[in-house]
Design a protein around this ligand. Structure first.
Ligand code: SF4
Length: 301
């Protein structure tokens, strides 16, 4: 059977591909293992097409309507209810789909113990479950991008085991969805400090209540000997003054901020222009501009 794949978020040539699609890599591995012919869709000759998208705001490509075979659509951008069958979810990713991507990518845990009102993770994935092991996810690669939503909420012995193993194997880690600063303790801070990191240790500072936990986590990890960089997501909602307050706190802590305007989980949701403007102000020039001027001054230009 000719299986053809469409990475919908990467379909838009103007924005380019930013991140490999883990679900498509697993689908590819599964169907190749069953002896099928699997490749990217370059024309319309196919027996079955899998299209996956992560972001609700990515438009559905018109090209999908041109296939004369079943087209399976999946990924959070289409539905938070549709999941891979367990036998496909269990497959190691087929990295050959993305030859220039050098890192391993995967999950050690799924789900989250919290219920932040702006987040679909609890609804999509449920409470926290252990799903992987760092050595298996790494699969021989030296840098591992982990998509866990709240790794530190896993039982302490699992967190300890995984961080110790990552340090022993000399892996470079990136928990790219951020770690929960409220769950940093002197014990896990020591282990986080011992690990190697791809670029940053990342947190999220999505409300004013997170300023103190992020400050405490940064201090604990620094005291444990970490000399690398920190990064924090910064959700921007209606109260721009609150976002600016969190931004200033992060800059004082020498944490690189990355702002994201609020997006409801609806394909036609329109981001508030002021929130989008604030996010641009924070993110432009790698966070350099916002460390020099305030948002009200930026808006005058
Ligand atoms: S802690 Fe993070 S993953 Fe968990 S519900 Fe809140 S925003 Fe979502």
């Amino acid at each position: 059977m000719k299986i053809r794949l469409v990475d919908v978020d990467g379909w838009d040539k103007k924005r380019g591909k930013r991140f490999p699609n883990l679900a498509l890599m697993k689908i590819s591995a599964w169907y190749k293992a069953q002896g099928h012919n699997v490749a990217w869709a370059t024309g319309y000759d196919a027996d079955l097409v899998f299209a996956s998208k992560i972001f609700t705001f990515t438009p559905d490509p018109l090209e999908l309507a041109a296939f004369r075979c079943p087209v399976e659509r999946g990924g959070t951008g289409y539905s938070i209810d549709r999941k891979l069958p367990p036998e496909i979810e269990a497959m190691p990713p087929d990295y050959s789909l993305y030859p220039s991507w050098r890192y391993a990518v995967g999950f050690l845990t799924r789900g989250c113990v919290r219920a932040c009102p702006w987040c679909v993770v609890p609804q999509k994935e449920g409470s926290l479950q252990i799903t992987g092991d760092i050595e298996t996810v790494a699969a021989g690669r030296k840098t591992v991008v982990l998509l866990d939503n709240n790794f530190l909420a896993a039982p302490d012995d699992f967190v300890t085991e995984q961080l110790d193993k990552a340090a022993r194997l000399g892996l470079r880690l990136d928990f790219n969805q951020g770690l929960d600063a409220r769950l940093v303790t002197p014990e896990n801070a020591a282990r986080l400090a011992r690990c190697r990191w791809r670029e940053y240790i990342r947190f999220a500072c999505d409300s004013a209540a997170m300023i103190n936990p992020v400050a405490r986590a940064v201090l604990l990890i620094r005291e444990a000997g970490y000399t690398g960089r920190f990064f924090s997501y910064l959700l921007v909602q209606d109260d721009i003054g609150d976002a600016e307050k969190r931004l200033r706190a992060l800059l004082r802590l020498d944490v690189r901020p990355f702002a994201q305007p609020y997006r409801a989980f609806e394909p036609d949701y329109e981001v508030d222009p002021e929130q989008a403007d604030f996010a641009r102000f924070v993110n432009v020039k790698g966070g350099q501009l916002c460390s020099q001027i305030h948002f009200k001054d930026y808006r005058r230009f």
